[in-house]
Design a protein around this ligand. Structure first.
Ligand code: ZN
Length: 475
């Protein structure tokens, strides 16, 4: 449906560029990451000072690290942070000491079931230090005294997040959210960062009905910071998606919003079904990524999540085996194409009114018979008949495509043809959100919208298609 703004190999090479950076929920790793993303899209960085209260949380001290190592009794360096970012318990406080093996053991983390992988562990809110290592290396440690050196800092600073805002004709926004706090883990989440960057680049080159906002923020505390700073503007968010874990071989997966009946909850399953025969949907649960905050009851935003593997749903999750071998240019490319299709449906999904509803209008006299654009005449006519039949102002293009089984692209093309000869007119009823934003305009009854400035027909179709069976939905 869409031309990719960025090829899969470009996405993979950007993920590769981001992979070695030691990120955390604060610090220079996040800033460096955002700087790299900001070379491609227009990013505005926000700094939230340490100690800032955000709802029930507080922005912690800023963490940075220069190096860390563990020296064995025989002088051998058994752990060197320079070899892998995951070797350090993320957010470790500084430590320089000599310690016996038995006292050291509680500070060492490994994965006994995967003895050659290094686990990813964090301690953001409890001050401590630790190392992560292969279980095979742990088992080989000799008794004696070890030298611990952790050259980190925990100091008053700030938490950094960034936004890319792409204004459209409407104030209503589509939001994409991705977490930027994980160190060297490829699927989770250099894939999401690379994808969000490419999607923003692509949307920046498109004519837009909606405005688009991309938020690149550390998980949990970063999304809480964003929410606390944007609480008065949240009603503009009409649709949203959390993007993450989009480069591995698992099928495209949609996690429903907490509401479960938003437009995004119908559009994404429809799109991924049409792209990936293995696609699946999963119910909302209050576990996962930033949908935990965005869909908390105090906000309850119309935000779902697009992933492939789910968090904690693959063996390599949160370990050194989530490396660049786990993600591929093909999967990244197909994830990007899915997002582009989602945007195209969001932009174009509207309701129409049949202007000649008494009986079937004669298509022949309006030159609407015959093959166009690779479609068979029968399919084109069938799409037109469905549109004319269903366009009483209640059914969106997506409703009609799902009910008829005709592809969305063909349904949309036929609607444009019918609109061009005056048989269909876009339905013009303000959205609730628009009514809130512009009460003087919404007080007027329907009709005569300025072209392209009408409204989110998609929003209004919410809940109007209960008769359409949602394949694979398990909410
Ligand atoms: Zn994670």
């Amino acid at each position: 449906m869409a031309n990719a703004a960025s090829s899969g190999s470009e996405l993979l090479s950007f993920a590769t560029e981001l992979y070695p950076i030691c990120r955390s929920i604060t610090g220079n790793g996040v800033r460096r990451t955002l700087q790299l993303i900001g070379r491609h899209i227009d990013l505005k960085l926000h700094e939230v000072p340490s100690g800032t209260r955000v709802f029930d949380w507080e922005v912690p001290l800023e963490w940075n690290i220069d190096g860390a190592s563990l020296i064995a009794p025989d002088g051998r360096k058994v752990i060197d942070f320079a070899d892998h970012n995951l070797h350090i318990l993320n957010y470790s406080e500084p430590a320089h000491m000599s310690i016996g093996l038995e006292d050291l053991r509680p500070k060492l983390y490994s994965l006994p079931n995967h003895p050659d992988w290094i686990p990813y562990r964090t301690s953001y809110y409890r001050r401590q230090w630790g190392f992560c290592l292969k279980d095979r290396e742990l088992a080989a440690l000799q008794p004696g005294r070890y030298q611990v050196r952790i050259d980190s800092s925990l100091a008053a600073g700030s938490l950094t997040y960034a936004e890319c805002f792409l204004p459209g004709r409407l104030k209503q926004e589509v939001m994409f959210f991705t977490h930027v706090c994980h160190p060297s883990l490829a699927n989770d989440n250099t894939s999401g960062m690379a994808l969000a960057r490419a999607l923003a680049e692509w949307i920046a080159g498109q004519s837009r009905r909606y405005s688009y906002r991309f938020v690149f923020a550390p998980g949990t505390i970063g999304s809480l910071c964003w929410l606390s700073r944007n609480e008065q503007r949240l009603e503009r968010v009409q649709h949203g998606l959390v993007l993450g874990l989009l480069g591995d071989s698992a099928p495209l997966t949609y996690k429903f919003s907490r509401r479960g009946d938003c437009d995004i909850d119908r559009i994404v399953p429809y799109v991924i079904r049409s792209i990936d025969g293995r696609s699946r949907t999963i119910a909302f649960e209050p576990y996962g990524y930033d949908e935990r905050q965005l869909c908390s009851p105090g906000f309850n935003l119309p935000v779902g999540r697009l992933t492939r593997s789910v968090n904690d749903g693959y063996a390599q999750y949160h370990s050194s085996a989530d490396d660049l071998n786990l993600i591929s240019s093909e999967q990244l490319q197909s994830s990007l194409e899915a997002c582009q299709c989602i945007v195209e449906v969001l932009e174009s999904n509207r309701r129409y009114i049949n202007m000649a509803p008494k009986g079937e209008p004669r298509l022949g006299k309006r030159g609407l018979y015959g093959a166009v654009g690779g479609r068979s005449p029968a399919e084109r006519e069938r799409a037109m008949l469905w549109l004319l039949n269903q366009s009483d102002g209640t059914a969106s293009l997506l409703d009609i495509a799902e009910r008829s089984g005709i592809s969305y692209a063909h349904t949309r093309a036929a609607a444009e043809e019918l609109a061009a000869v005056g048989l269909l007119e876009p339905h013009a009823e303000p959205t609730q959100a628009q009514a809130r934003l512009a009460p003087s305009k919404s007080a007027r009854p329907v009709s005569t919208p300025k072209r392209g400035r009408s409204q989110s027909a998609a929003t209004r179709s919410r809940g109007k298609a209960k008769h359409i069976k949602r394949k694979g939905a398990s909410r």
